[in-house]
Write a protein that binds this ligand. Structure first.
Ligand code: HEM
Length: 299
């Protein structure tokens, strides 16, 4: 099933495990910019493996194009938390084992896009141990695998330029690790809903526990996404870049809605120590040959 047509034409970096190092570049559009030229150059230069590309709402608006299923990122505000919606034009997830190569290829991409796009944010990320969040909890345990990952994340719509595409939700979260580590271990485990010591799910965890909020099988219809989140840091802050790929945005939205308590008034305990500072959706085109397939937007 992973050998299916849609898996073969998806950007390979989506389906691969997270790399050791990454850099996320977000771009806005320059005033009066003519984007198609820069996009064509990017499409030729990018293989979808060392750089996964997503196109955002601001770009579709400028091009006067639409992608069925792409919509504005939801904005929520509640008692003591906010989930912001921060639209962008373009997103590049640079992936690799060597930070030097990532830095240099990021510079190339910024240069290539500079006639039309300007970088609005650059976030450096890394794999921690076997794939832990900086709280020490394993992230990604319940991710679908193999054919199920393809089914969750990659579009099977046979239309040329659509098959193999994916949507992605991206949020930069800033952790207050001092606050988290001040909690007794039991409260920490109850925040996540898993034991840090052995990663076992805690059946009797409170309703606010993160995995109680998001159990993918508990939604109707079931809400599976393919998470590819990575820890990030800059000089003063730490957190998680939450990244979830889906064949549509429905599953992510159903999960987020429960996290903010919009269904039953129970807010995800995660908000007690971490907060999202960005929130954007992108559409990730498929690949054709060894380059991005932009037929869906007429390029
Ligand atoms: C700072 C933010 C976040 C952190 C630190 C975090 C961390 C975790 C951890 C440690 C797990 C348990 C292991 C696993 O199955 O991966 C988990 C599960 C999960 N998280 Fe998050 N998460 C965050 C944000 C989100 C957001 C925003 C969503 C979606 C709106 C989400 C969706 C999920 C899902 C679907 C699961 C698996 C649930 C299941 O089926 O058991 N997470 N997360």
């Amino acid at each position: 099933m992973t050998g299916s047509k849609r898996a073969q034409v998806a950007q390979p970096g989506i389906l691969e495990p997270i790399p050791r190092a990454a850099r996320y570049l977000s771009f806005g559009l320059k005033d009066g910019a003519h984007a198609p030229g820069a996009l064509r150059a990017l499409a030729k230069a990018v293989d979808g493996k060392t750089c996964v590309v997503g196109l955002g709402a601001l770009l579709f608006f400028a091009l006067q194009r639409e992608i069925e299923g792409l919509r504005p990122f939801p904005h929520y505000r509640g008692e003591g938390f906010e989930v912001p919606s921060t639209p962008a034009a373009l997103w590049c997830w640079l992936r690799g084992e060597d930070r030097g190569e990532i830095v240099l290829s990021g510079r190339e991409i910024e240069k290539m896009l500079s006639p039309a796009f300007e970088a609005t944010s650059v976030v450096d990320a890394f794999k921690y141990d076997r794939g832990l969040d900086l709280t020490g909890y394993e992230d990604g345990t319940e991710n679908p695998r193999g054919g199920k990952a393809v089914e969750a994340a990659i579009s099977g719509d046979k239309r040329a330029g659509i098959e193999g595409s994916s949507f992605v939700a991206v949020q930069q979260w800033v952790h207050d690790l001092d606050r988290f580590s001040a909690k007794p271990r039991k409260d920490q485990d109850d925040t996540i809903g898993r034991r840090r010591s052995d990663n076992k799910e805690i059946g009797a965890a409170p309703r606010s526990a993160h995995v109680k909020r998001t159990t993918q099988e508990s939604f109707v219809p079931e809400a599976f996404v393919l998470r590819r989140s990575m820890p990030w840091t800059d000089a003063t802050r730490v957190g998680l870049v939450f990244v979830a790929f889906g064949k549509s945005l429905d599953a992510f939205e159903a999960q987020l809605k429960r996290m903010v308590g919009a269904e039953d008034g129970t807010v995800d305990a995660l908000f007690g120590f971490t907060r999202p500072v960005t929130g954007s959706y992108f559409w990730c085109p498929p690949i054709k040959g060894r380059q991005l397939d932009l037929r869906a937007i007429g390029l």
